[in-house]
Write a protein that binds this ligand. Structure first.
Ligand SMILES: Nc1ncnc2c1ncn2[C@@H]1O[C@H](COP(=O)(O)OP(=O)(O)OP(=O)(O)O)[C@@H](O)[C@H]1O
Ligand SMILES: [Mg+2]
Length: 288
């Protein structure tokens, strides 16, 4: 079933004055990614499953190298999965040809990366106009939309500055404005504040979430930043093979690793310290 803009549960549930945009419903089923590298097959993602409802806001955390960026690139249709299904509003986009996919991506998905990737020879305003111009929006309208969102991120006074004439935080705000100017159905961010100082990072986080609440995009953010992860309504952890579990699930521990006491001596697990032992009815880690 294809969910149309007018019939999304998110839209129907939204009170007056709440999000005007319409997020995508995203279904990932049995997704796998294998790279061929130096004649060897390297499987990064084995069997990833994820369902996002329109307007969901999700953080993905996980160890370095586990496959978070790989997954994000595939979700953003910048890379193809080796196996599996990736559907937006019920439509499997792995069946699209290259041209159809490029147009779909431009219309549907906004990206924010750790490094802003702004075009250095263009001004802030021109950078933000770019996705609208690619979509053949009339120039005056593209300029109006760009000015509106740049105002929203607090940069009305920096429209004519080129990226090299902006601070790091300002550059990232331009990148955020560019990602959101077309009100994407899916907004993807890969460590969006990884390159900023803490205070600027927090400002950008707040802006990110406020804008997204207003606009209603479905949002997935990969982050190593525990504060950003904690601000999101749902947080998942990627484990080896790309398995996504609720972030508050217990961490997997290698079964054969010796338990070491604080003083460095191995602990005899057959004789646990009663005071430290969990109660028999303790929760199992709160899997959501
Ligand atoms: N094009 C490629 N060819 C071969 N291997 C790749 C390719 N791209 C990524 N990898 C490997 O896939 C694994 C996952 O990489 P990925 O960038 O997705 O990790 P990540 O979870 O985003 O890590 P980080 O938190 O450090 O950004 C890594 O071991 C990486 O070396
Ligand atoms: Mg990464």
């Amino acid at each position: 079933m294809t969910i149309t803009a007018a019939s999304t549960p998110y839209r129907d549930a939204a009170p007056a004055g709440a999000p005007r945009g319409v997020g995508a419903r995203v279904d990932v089923e049995g997704l796998a990614k294998t790279y061929l590298h130096g004649g060897q097959r390297l499987t990064v993602l084995k069997n990833v499953n994820l369902h996002l409802d329109p307007g969901d806001m999700v953080a993905v955390v996980g160890a370095s190298g586990v496959g978070k960026s790989t997954f994000l690139q595939i979700l953003g249709t910048l890379d193809l999965p080796s196996e599996g299904r990736l559907a937006f509003n019920g439509q499997d986009i792995t069946l699209f040809g290259a041209a159809q996919l490029a147009e779909f991506r431009n219309k549907t998905i906004g990206f924010v990366f750790q490094f802003h990737h702004l075009l250095p020879e263009f001004t802030a305003e021109e950078n933000v106009m770019m996705p609208a111009l690619i979509q053949r929006m009339p120039r005056a309208q593209a300029r109006k939309s760009a000015r509106e969102i740049l105002g929203r991120v607090g940069l009305s006074h920096r429209l004519t500055h080129k990226p090299s004439e902006l601070s790091g935080g300002e550059q990232q705000r331009v990148a955020l404005a560019r990602a959101m100017v077309l009100e994407p159905a899916l907004l993807l961010a890969d460590e969006p504040t990884g390159n900023l100082d803490r205070k600027t990072g927090e400002e950008i986080h707040r802006l990110f979430l406020d804008l997204n609440r207003e606009r209603g995009s479905t949002l997935l953010v990969v982050t190593h930043n525990p504060e950003l992860a904690a601000m999101m309504p749902r947080c998942l952890r990627m484990e080896d093979g790309g398995v996504l579990v609720p972030a508050n699930s217990p961490m997997p521990t290698p079964a054969d690793e010796p338990v070491i006491a604080p003083d460095g001596a191995p602990v005899d697990e057959a004789a646990p310290d009663v005071a430290d032992a969990p109660a028999a009815d303790a929760p199992d880690g709160g899997v959501a």
